[in-house]
Design a protein around this ligand. Structure first.
Ligand SMILES: [Zn+2]
Ligand SMILES: [Zn+2]
Length: 346
């Protein structure tokens, strides 16, 4: 290989970059530049970050700092193959020192870089947090039950579902997806929600689990810049029946196992499984509850029928033998007395 002389410094070199040696070429170039101090805005309450002109939902603070630095770097226009390492060091509540080290090439000439910058965080209140603080809401989701009071277990689960739905939508970037407040009442619970969309999503998610239905009713609450402002009430009704209810559907007596879009349970007369679409049930009424069952002596077990001793009247009553029966004559079984007769419960 022919030896060349750098016209600038006179040293021997193998390759020229822009007609000078590598050292002379790179000493006038900088791979990347960065301002000494950078600024970012983070919500002190929820961690949202203000970027590209708007607030976006909470991210990891160090990731935010990295993005802020990355977005502020000025690369040499002819740089390529750039690899950078960032080292973050928190200085105090609102400042990070960031050390950047790396390498790359400019027009093929390898070049290294090491520099420091400081990111200052301004702790503010984001648009969503200021709405929540100001008591803003767009809708009320009212959880009630049909012809009964919801159980505390149901209400606890509903609240968990509502909060999960809200946080999932928030993660997806829907910033109005918040529950401003939860009001516990004797007859159920109310959720004050940040958007109508969230109200609807909560209703659908709860109905997926429990069944039931909801109605939306808008209410005019005022005007803003000449546009009518509405708030929507979502009235959700959980189904009338719960697990353990004993209901009569037509002429079948069913112990309910699950009541949602479908009602499933056990036919207490035959012991067979029961499943119907809730909305297809006609002529359905609650007779009793499994928890009201009492013990009775099984007097005789014949193939198709059994005899039990009514614990109140001491009369022997003959009923159909359900498939699930496993007790032997002389043992006790659990029975419910209903307007439709006596039934053994599994
Ligand atoms: Zn040179
Ligand atoms: Zn916030």
């Amino acid at each position: 290989m022919a030896t060349l002389f750098c016209p600038k410094c006179g040293k021997d070199t193998d390759v020229f970059f822009d007609n000078v040696c590598k050292q002379c070429f790179t000493q006038n170039r900088t791979l990347i530049k960065c301002a000494q101090v950078l600024y970012t805005r983070i919500c002190a309450t929820c961690g949202s970050v203000f970027k590209r002109g708007k607030w976006s939902s909470g991210e990891d603070e160090e990731k935010t700092i990295m993005e802020c630095v990355n977005g502020s770097l000025e690369h040499d226009p002819e740089a390529h193959d750039v690899k950078l390492d960032f080292t973050l060091k928190p200085m105090d509540y609102s400042r990070y020192k960031v050390h950047i080290e790396g390498s790359g090439k400019i027009k093929g000439a390898p070049i290294e870089v090491a520099l420091d910058t400081e990111v200052r965080i301004s702790r503010e209140t984001c648009d969503t947090c200021s709405r929540i603080a100001g008591g803003y809401f767009e809708g009320i989701v009212q959880i009630r039950a049909d012809k009964r009071i919801p159980t505390s277990e149901e209400l606890g689960k509903c609240t968990q579902i509502a909060e999960d739905v809200a946080s999932r939508s928030r993660v997806k970037g829907d910033r109005l997806s918040f529950i401003a407040s939860i009001l516990e009442l004797d007859e159920g619970v109310d959720y004050y929600v940040g958007s109508m969309k969230l109200g609807k999503q909560i209703c659908k998610a709860i109905i997926d689990v429990y069944g039931g239905k909801f109605l939306e009713s808008p209410k005019l609450v005022g005007q803003k810049n000449g546009v009518d402002l509405y708030r929507i009430t979502f009235a959700l009704r959980l189904p009338e029946f719960v697990r353990g209810d004993i209901i009569i559907v037509g002429d079948k007596v069913i112990e309910v196992q699950n009541c949602g879009k479908h009602v499933t349970g056990i036919d207490l007369e035959t012991g067979k499984r029961f499943m119907e679409n809730f909305n297809d049930l006609i002529d359905v009424k609650k007779l009793s509850r499994k928890q009201d069952a009492v013990l009775a002596v099984l007097v005789a077990d014949e193939e198709r029928t059994i005899q039990v001793l009514d614990p109140e009247t001491y009369e022997t009553i003959t009923i159909k033998r359900p498939e699930f029966l496993s007790a032997e004559a002389g043992n006790e079984v659990k029975i419910v007395k209903t307007a439709k007769g006596i039934f053994v419960v599994p």
